[in-house]
Design a protein around this ligand. Sequence first.
Ligand code: UDX
Length: 437
Amino acid sequence: MRISVIGCGYLGAVHAACMAKLGHDVVGIDVDTRKIAALSAAQAPFYEPGLDELLDEVQSAGKLAFTTDMAAAAGCDVHFICVGTPQKKGENGADMSFVDGATVALLPHLQPGNLVIGKSTVPVGTAARLAELVRDAVPTAQLMWNPEFLREGHAVSDTLQPDRFVYGVDGGSEDHPAVAILDEVYSGPLNVGTPRLVADLATAELVKAAANSFLATKISFINAMAEVCEAAGADVTQLADAIGLDDRIGRKFLNAGIGFGGGCLPKDIRAFMARAGELGADQALTFLREVDAINMRRRTRVVELTRELCGGMLLGKRITVLGAAFKPESDDVRDSPALSIAAQLQLQGAVVTVTDPKALANAAGRFPELHYEPDSDRAVQRADALLLLTEWPQYRDLDPYELAASVGSPRILDGRNVLDGAKWRAAGWTYRGLGRP
Ligand code: UDX
């Protein structure tokens, strides 16, 4: 099929490349000329494992092109809207200007029978509103919603082999003509048995908000348990292992630590609360305020623990932060708890050095006042304390015996509970985990 993908950020660039990999003829469209130039040269403007190789493969095969010209959408049968919905400045709600703008810009290029498919995470009600715009422009064109669940760092495999597809169509019926069209787009993964659910537009939009809220709640639940464990002298990692063996609970997303960040979970739960408020259902989601508060409390807690670790004072202490990205296998620092902690420590008088295998350029853009050192061996030299805040494999695998010779004082705070505390202590370190004795 001929497909346009509008918006080539984390979601759109991956989606465009994956649709081409599935055999379609794809054009990726974005207003950002630098992004389009990079993607055309098979270089993703962000780090995502496997994406550069995939871009190269599908562009060499002539299946994918990139442009800043929206007119390139004309002639495509299917148009995916993949632009961002960031948090509004100073408000909890989502900024819809990019989704609205992209849809309006697409309208003049729509042709009879075209299908517009929203993938962005949007407040419930958006799809119905935009469907009307599409119908008004071209009466035989239609709009459906097909939320994306990809995780950064696993975006290519999550797109090519997703857990499930959710199709939101007007009326929610399997017989809606858009269902057959999207089935053709996704025939590859559908043929290997990927589940596919058809729902009405509002339900499809809510599935995404509910899924992210559940994940955020799971993380804040275990972080709340970490607070109790700290008070009681118990170990939250053992607690998570034990409750996680109950199938109904499951061990995934029960890693206590510095909390969740990134471009999705924090802003999505806030936008969900804001939208529920508009709908008069705010009481239903007040618990998400607590989820958010528990999450933000982790950052303050780490600053306090670091102060304790440094003998009660941060002033002038050399702190090395291992990891700046909001999670490993990503260079994304949007709402990164690691960077937020680094910045707070610096503000309180510590001399902070941050290292990360991929995210330093983005980190320096956000917090230019911090000191960045790409070489982790150099970054740890003479440190008064190390903080492991993003669990990249190279930090998980650090050898406490070797490292002890480089640092000023062998003290480490394991913000992701990924190190073997006993081993580090045996090597002479003062080890602190979160929610662990
Ligand atoms: C998330 C959802 O997982 C994905 O389905 C949705 O489409 C977009 O938002 P992503 O933002 O890529 O994906 O990151 P995710 O893997 O969910 O991690 C989010 C944050 O939670 C990270 O900061 C991570 O470090 C943290 N986390 C995750 C924990 O603190 N503990 C855990 O057990 C799991």
